[in-house]
Each structure stands twice: as C-alpha cells, then as structure tokens.
Design a protein around this ligand. Structure first.
Ligand code: NDP
Length: 614
C-alpha cells in the first residue's frame, strides 16, 4: 500500500486542474481509499488533488506575490524592481523609461480593495530542458502561455454555471455556506506574478506546415496575387484560361515604387501625429504593457482629405487601375524588404520580446511567422501600424480608383449599382476597423503572432490588392443587378456586420473590463488564469461568432459581381479557408491556456463557426 508523501498541515504547491499553474496550498487531509489529498488555497477554496499534482515548495523558485503583503507600496516597488531587472536595450531604453515611470506612478495610485483576495500564482519555470519534462511533459509553448501576467478584476456570481464548473473540477467551496456566498459576491482581484526566471520561448510546435510549408507559402502567396490580378484583366477569366505572362521589365516602374514609398511614409507621419488617445495593450509575458496611440480614424480622414485635394486638381486616380500590377509588385518588394529588416533586427531582440509562435530557431519558419512580437522604433510600433493603416486605407483608395476607372472606361455618369455596393460595403468594413482600432490590440495578430513576412505581406500586399478584387473585376466585367437583388444583398451584409461587430465588441469589452455593467447579464466560465470564457451572448452561440459575421459579409461582397465567373468569389472561398484554419490555431492556443475550462466551454458551445454545421 503506497504511503502518503505529504503530511497534514504541510504547505506545498498544488496544480490547478487543466493548467500548468501551481498555487501555494496547505494539505488538510488525505483520503486513504481514493488516494486524494484535500488541499486548501489561500482564499479558502478546497480541492481534492492527486499526489502527482502536488509538488514540494523546494521544486519551485518563487517570489511572493504582492498578495502576501497587503501594502500597495510594497507591491508597486516590487513590480518596478523586476522590470528594471530586464536586460538593458539602448534603443528601447528611452521608450521604456518614459512609459515605466508613468506606469509606476499609476501603480502607486492603485490600492487593493479591502475585500480583495489575491492568490499567489506560481508558474513552472524552466531552469533546463530536463526539468520541464520532469514536471509535466507539456510543450514549452504551454508554459510560455501560462506565464502570462494577468491583472484582472473578476466579479464572480453564484450562478449555476460557476457551480457546475466548480463541480466539474471537484472544487469545494468553503465549508461555511455563508462565507461561500460572500466569496462569489465580493470583488476579487487575481494578480498573477511574473516568472522570476526568464522562460525560454522556443517554439516547438510549428504551424503552416513547418519549414516546408512556410517556404512554399513565401513563394505561393505572391504568385497567387499576380495570378489573380492577371486573370482579372482577362475578358474571360475562367480558371483554366491562363493569361500570357507579362514581360518582366513591364512589371517594374520606379515611379510606382516611389508612390508606394511615399504612401507608407505619409501614413507613418499620420500615425505619429499627437492626436487621439493613448491606450495600453494587454500585458506581455513580462508583465509589461505597451502603449498604443489610437488615431487610425483620423489618419483615414486626413487621407480622404488628401485624395479629395488630388481629385480637385484633376489628378487621374485611375492611374492606379492602369498600373495595378506594377503597384502590387512594388508593394511586394517593399514588404519583402521590410520582412528582411524585421528578421535581422529580431536577432538582437531579447528572448522575452520574441513571439511565442515565431521562435523555432529555423530561419525560414521564423522569417515567415515573425520572430519578434512587437518590433518598435522608439514608440513607433511597426506591426500595429501596418495592421490597419497603409494596407487597409490603401484598399479603400484602390476601390475608389476602380470606381472612377469604371465610370471613365464605360462612359458612365454614375457608377454601376454593383460597384456602389462593393465600394460601400468594404468602406464600412474599413471605417469600422479604424473606428474600433483599439479592438485590434486583443487579436491574435497583436498578442501572439510575431511580425514577419506573413503579416508584412498580408497587410501591405494581400489586403489591398486581393481584397479589392471584386471592384477590379467589375471594371472589366460590368454586371447589372436589380434593385431588389441589391436590397437583399445589403440586408445580408448588414446581418453579417451586426454579428461581426457585436461579437467583437462583446469579447473586447469583457476582456478589458469583465465588471462592465453592460455585460452583467452574460455568464462565463472562470479559468485558472483569472480570465473568464463567455458562455452566453454571441460567444455562447458559436465559438467564433465574429468569424461567422465576417464570412457572411464576404459573401455579400462577392454577390454583386454576379455568377459568370468564380474569380470574384475567390475572396469568400479563401476567407472561409483562412478563418477555419485560424479558428483551429486559436482553439489550440486556448486549449493550452485554459485546459479543462476550455474543454468545458467546447462541450457547452459545440459549434466552432457555423451553427449546426461546423
Ligand atoms: P478573435 O478576436 O476571435 O480572438 C480569439 C481570442 O478570443 C481567443 O484567443 C481568446 O483569447 C478569446 N476568446 C475565445 N473564446 C472566448 C470566450 N468564449 N470568451 C472570451 N474570450 C474568448 O481572434 P482574431 O484575431 O482571429 O479575429 C479578430 C477579428 O478579425 C475577427 O472578427 C476576424 O473575423 C477578423 N479577421 C479578419 C481578417 C481579414 O483578413 N479580414 C483576418 C483575420 C481576422 P484570450 O482568452 O487570450 O483573450
């Protein structure tokens, strides 16, 4: 009969079910029959754990979280101390010191509410490869995610869902029922501490088909753009009706490259304007929060004014239509140069600033997925800038150029109804993204993916030149639609937009402030990381309602082009593939982050994107 390893009253480290997080717990009893230890957390929660989920304290190096001290001043000093411990980086030093001192002041202003219960969270650190395996045998990327520093105010409610989850995880609340009610109605502040040891962020699980897959994508993505643009110029753009390849020298024009260059730097100048609020992003794995200026919408207005001035002076915007292929080639060259710069500079970036998914050690893979998470020049965040400005605003400008080209080529006094619909729907999408710019800070692109070829090419080439394909198609292939059809397509777009916007806002607001009174009617599953998973509202309908809305809109953008060719439907077909793949990636990350809580969520919300289908 196996003897028990831990004695009653002993303070040990207990693993939270389904995660790699360990908390300080006290052994209260041992069940000889079930071989389970009953352990008590600092907030009084009791849990039955197997011996394999318990470690001695000596297995961990830990720093006491501020919860062990209720003194706010001690808390803030400990935070700033650990920040200053990170390796000095001359280029970023200036940025950090300015923002840090601001954060530091804000920290000092914060106080822990009397009723706060803060659990000290201990994370597995990785002194060596061997130790990691000994602890849990889980992939290193899991540990990386688990070390994220989360500061979250979570108002828990005694609702059925939470009780169910507690039962599922064999959590037992405090013995005293009265006290139990208090726990779930009081405001809790969970504060996760930073790992005291630098965690290796090496990527073990490669996505996109690994090295071969990413190599192929580096060749295939530009080839696809050129194929689509060539096809669109054909009178009969059937899939098998391959166009003759243009002469190489006809693809390059320095004047066009100059325009691309100017465009990028004009948008960069708008980004740097000191207008619009400055907000903090989500905490990085180091616990630091980067600051971002929200002025994308202003940049759009300024660009619209600049285009208006050009048109007033009779600048021929359909120049863009005439040289679209050359613009795409120049933008691709620019994005390639940017990707090389990003990769070279990432080699000097400290480990903690590398992207969780782009640090495999293989050049091609890291070059494609992006090695550095948030490359910045001073306060200029390159990834955040490229995500929404040059490409997205460029897309609208290309669409407008197509509209003008259609009017000119077909001698129209007003654009066709199809062209108006395509332009309006896509304008709404871009304006929405810029108006809600802050929401991009919680997306996978910002929080997980590094900045490399994938995003540089995607943002600067794929989005403006592939997403404008319907408008480009309509110039060469006029399509007439009736008003009732136009109305039906408009309704479809509105439905898609409504789902997309409300789902994204719901999640974004919940992540930013779970205690938001507007979200009071929503239920969520608590997770060991402190973040909750919404199980009612849009996120209780399907697991990615925002993707569903986006796909519905994509269909509405293609329908005005009629059914003569599949080319204008390329976007919706590609987009479904992209979002299905993206959804699978996200699920994988969420499973690693939330463990059993994610499984519970999946049981509760069985469909991923399309209700009753997928
Ligand atoms: P999402 O905005 O869908 O975010 C996914 C994250 O949300 C998860 O990693 C998780 O992060 C959190 N989450 C998941 N489930 C829940 C839940 N039940 N409750 C609360 N939080 C949850 O990811 P994307 O970045 O992929 O998409 C953002 C938007 O951009 C979407 O609308 C998408 O359609 C659009 N998009 C558009 C593209 C285009 O080319 N037009 C391309 C890609 C995306 P955590 O728990 O860590 O917060």
């Amino acid at each position: 009969m196996p003897s028990r390893k831990f004695a009653d009253g002993e303070v040990v480290m207990g693993r939270w079910p389904g995660s790699v997080l360990y908390y300080e717990v006290q052994v209260t009893s041992y069940d000889d029959v079930a071989h389970l230890y009953t352990v008590k957390y600092k907030d009084g929660t009791e849990l039955a754990l197997k011996e394999s989920d318990i470690r001695s304290q000596s297995s961990f190096k830990h720093r006491k979280s501020q919860s062990s001290s209720s003194s706010p001043s001690r808390r803030s000093s400990s935070r700033s101390r650990s920040r200053s411990r990170s390796p000095g980086r001359p280029a970023k030093g200036r940025r950090r010191s300015a923002s840090q001192s601001r954060e530091h002041k804000e920290d000092k202003k914060k106080t822990i509410p009397e009723s706060s219960i803060a659990l000290p969270v201990f994370v597995l650190f990785k002194p060596s490869e061997n130790n990691t395996k000994r602890y849990n045998g889980e992939p290193e990327s899991t540990e990386k995610n688990a070390t994220s520093c989360i500061i979250l105010e979570q108002k828990l409610k005694p609702d059925v869902e939470i009780k169910r989850v507690l039962e599922q995880y064999s959590l037992r609340s405090r013995k005293d029922d009265k006290k139990k009610e208090e726990i779930y109605s009081e405001k809790k502040t969970f504060v996760a501490v930073k790992p005291i040891e630098k965690v290796s962020t090496k990527t073990k699980e490669m996505e996109f088909g690994g090295r071969i897959g990413t190599f192929m994508l580096i060749l295939l993505l530009p080839a696809t753009v050129f194929y689509l643009l060539l096809m669109c110029k054909q009178d009969d753009p059937s899939l098998l009706n391959l166009p003759p390849l243009p002469a190489l020298e006809s693809l390059w024009d320095w004047r066009v490259f100059g325009v691309i260059f100017l465009w990028f730097f004009l948008q960069a100048a708008f980004y740097l304007l000191p207008i619009g609020k400055v907000v903090e992003g989500l905490p990085l794995s180091s616990g630091r929060k980067l600051q971002y200026r929200i002025n994308g919408f202003y940049a759009f207005i300024l660009t619209a004014a600049a285009i208006g001035v050009l048109l007033y002076f009779e600048f021929e915007l359909h120049y863009l239509y005439d040289h679209l292929m050359q613009f795409a080639v120049s933008a691709a060259a620019f994005s390639l140069a940017l990707s090389i710069y990003l990769y070279v500079r990432s080699l000097k970036a400290p480990e903690e600033e590398l992207a969780p998914g782009g640090n495999s050690g293989y050049f091609i893979y890291d070059f494609f997925t992006g090695h550095e998470l948030n490359p910045r020049i001073g306060s200029f965040d390159l990834k955040y800038f490229c995500e929404l400005r040059p490409g997205l605003i460029g897309w609208v400008v290309i669409n407008l150029a197509m509209l003008l080209a259609e009017m000119k080529i077909h001698n129209l006094s007003v654009p066709s109804l199809s062209m108006i619909l395509v332009n309006s729907f896509q304008l709404l999408y871009v304006v929405d993204a810029l108006w809600n710019e802050e929401a991009v800070l919680t997306t996978m692109d910002i929080t997980h993916d590094g900045f490399g070829f994938m995003l540089a090419f995607g943002d600067l080439v794929w989005v403006p030149f592939v997403y404008s394909l319907q408008a480009f198609y309509l110039v060469g292939h006029p399509t007439t639609i009736t008003w009732p059809v136009a109305a039906a397509i408009t309704v479809l777009n509105c439905i898609g937009y409504y789902i997309f916007r409300s789902a994204n806002s719901q999640k974004n607001n919940f992540r930013r402030n779970p205690a938001d009174p507007k979200l009071a009617n929503l239920k969520f599953i608590p997770t060991a990381t402190g973040k909750g998973l919404l199980v009612t509202g849009w996120w209780g309908f399907v697991r990615h309602p925002n993707y569903l809305g986006d796909i519905i809109m994509a269909l509405a953008w293609s329908l005005p082009c009629g059914f003569n060719h599949i080319l204008p439907y390329f976007y919706v077909i590609y987009f479904i593939c992209l979002l299905v793949h993206r959804e699978a990636r996200d699920e994988h990350h969420c499973k690693q982050k939330y463990g059993l809580a994610w499984e519970r969520y999946c049981q509760r919300v069985p469909y991923r994107i399309f209700p009753y289908i997928y």
